[in-house]
Write a protein that binds this ligand. Structure first.
Ligand code: ZN
Length: 385
């Protein structure tokens, strides 16, 4: 399986200029390759393929000396990106959709370049991982804040605002954890809870995350008030970009830690299938936080695979309406967090009830066993009469 490791790069000023220049050359090549395909398609109804375009690269490097400073594999990857954009386009046309034609990349809109065979050529870690040697750029300072694992396959250099980073994709061996027969249901929560487990545990995002988010909102309002083209606006924009990155990093870190904790503790984790969640639920707060859940569930799936754990995705329909004890179905307004089931009298926390329903749908536990047993940690959430 593959695992991505992202690290910050610290280029010198001349190196940063070389990185910018490489991006610009890749961008121009991308646009040229796109143009060629576009013309062939419109004028002659022909498609120019990946291999045909790739064959021109040596010519380009011979005629335009500035391209000699960019690794041939990096240039091939640019062509591959154009190819991917077109394949996506044609796939959607075939499906009967009307997608937009692949677009040209404007200045500053091309933010990364890739060494697709980093294990063989173009990239080399030096000094025990303190520096990385990149073809055409030189030896750059890198900070491996966590160790690289497995065998390096692909390396992508990214520009993120004023920062640079490198993403190494490595092939790693799965490391299964000892078997575990515990099963848990998780409900992706509404504020302030990020998720709620069927054991009644409520997990909130760390306070530092909320603080950074509030700061970001303030910075965004301040940016909106600044005059266009002014120096202060530029400063404010930079501040917003930095805070954005900070919030995104904190969120990701939180997701990683939480996923790890769940995978360590439970052999099977059951959650709602996000692909059908949108149709089944109209919880406003949920949709606002969607992007965060998608990332969390992707990380969870990944960690589960690595550890040999099982993930079960279930249909979320009615999970927030059914009583997990007697099955009575009733819609509740969003603001009601705790209620008593009118049919069986069970006192329920709305989200814990949802997590119990999610767990029951996996078929991994006898349905509504909580009517007879008293699971630990749940006593405050579900009181059986
Ligand atoms: Zn009930």
């Amino acid at each position: 399986m593959f695992k991505a490791f992202k690290y910050r790069l610290y280029p010198t000023k001349p190196q940063a200029r070389d990185l910018e220049r490489t991006l610009e050359l890749c961008r121009q090549l991308y646009n040229a390759a796109l143009q060629e395909r576009k013309e062939a398609y419109h004028k002659a109804g022909k498609t120019v393929g990946f291999y045909e375009q790739k064959r021109h690269l040596p010519e380009i490097r011979a005629e335009l000396p500035e391209y000699r400073g960019v690794h041939s594999q990096v240039l091939q990857n640019v062509i591959a990106r154009v190819d991917k954009a077109f394949q996506g386009f044609f796939r959607r046309v075939k499906k009967g959709e009307t997608p937009g034609y692949p677009r040209f990349k404007g200045r500053g809109r091309y933010d990364s370049f890739t060494f697709p065979q980093a294990d063989a050529t173009g990239v080399k870690l030096q000094e025990g991982g303190k520096r990385v040697l990149l073809y055409g750029i030189g030896s750059l300072k890198v900070k491996l804040h966590r160790p690289l694992e497995g065998t390096l396959k692909i390396a992508t250099v990214k520009r993120e605002g004023e920062h640079w980073s490198i993403v190494f994709v490595c092939e790693v061996e799965p490391r299964p954890l000892p078997p575990n027969d515990q099963t848990i249901g998780i409900d992706l929560g509404t504020n302030p809870n990020f998720l709620i487990t069927s054991d009644g545990e409520m997990v909130q995002a760390p306070r530092s995350f909320h603080k950074a988010q509030a700061k970001l909102a303030t910075a965004q309002r301040s940016l909106a008030r600044k005059k266009r083209g002014s120096h202060r606006r530029k400063q404010a924009r930079r501040r917003v970009a930095n805070l954005h990155r900070k919030v995104a990093n904190q969120r990701k870190d939180f997701h990683h830690k939480l996923a790890k904790r769940l995978v360590n503790r439970y052999g099977t984790i059951v959650h709602e299938d996000l692909n059908i969640l949108g149709l089944a639920r109209t919880r406003l707060a949920k949709s606002v936080l969607d992007a965060g859940w998608a990332q969390f569930l992707a990380i969870l799936a990944y960690k589960a695979e690595e550890a040999g754990r099982r993930i079960i995705r279930v249909d979320p329909k009615y999970t927030s309406q059914d009583c997990p004890v007697c099955g009575h179905r009733e819609k509740h307004p969003l603001w009601i967090r705790v209620y008593t089931c009118p049919q069986c009298g069970t006192l329920l926390h709305r989200d814990v009830a949802a997590a119990l329903n999610i767990l029951a749908r996996s078929g991994r536990v006898p349905d509504r066993r909580w009517a007879r047993t008293e699971p630990s940690g749940m006593d405050t959430a579900v009181a059986v009469p």
